[in-house]
Write a new protein. Structure first.
Length: 128
């Protein structure tokens, strides 16, 4: 059995439940879902959908960097949205954080997310 390493950083929101920010197993890192919480205040950063999306990507980046990687190492991204009409915003902003070849991605419409967030994302990284 491969050894598991728990990833933790103060540069992303602390877990608000019974989970870790990320878990590394071998070269794979599984990032827990991030909502637009400001890690300094643990308050929602949700003025508008654009603000939420940027905050979520910054939170994911912080956890990825704590694991020894970055967003360039994301091989799978899951996006959860309470309003699928916001998907073009996700696409546009994602282009500011990722370069080709882009990770595989799923976009899932959901009824609601924690703390009234409009967007949540989780990711899988592969590190060398």
């Amino acid at each position: 059995m491969r050894q598991r390493s728990i990833i933790r950083t103060d540069l992303a929101p602390q877990a608000i439940g019974t989970y870790s920010q990320a878990v590394r197993v071998g070269p794979m890192v599984y990032l827990s879902g991030q909502i637009p919480l400001d890690p300094a205040t643990m308050q929602m950063d949700n003025a508008d959908i654009e603000t939420e999306v940027h905050r979520v990507f910054r939170n994911l980046r912080a956890v990825a960097e704590a694991a020894g990687g970055g967003l360039k190492d994301v091989v799978k991204l899951n996006v959860f949205l309470t309003d699928m009409s916001c998907f073009p915003v996700i696409n546009e902003i994602m282009g500011k954080y990722f370069e080709e070849p882009y990770p595989a991605r799923a976009a899932i419409g959901v009824r609601e997310l924690p703390r009234g967030a409009r967007v949540e994302m989780d990711a899988i990284l592969e590190l060398s």
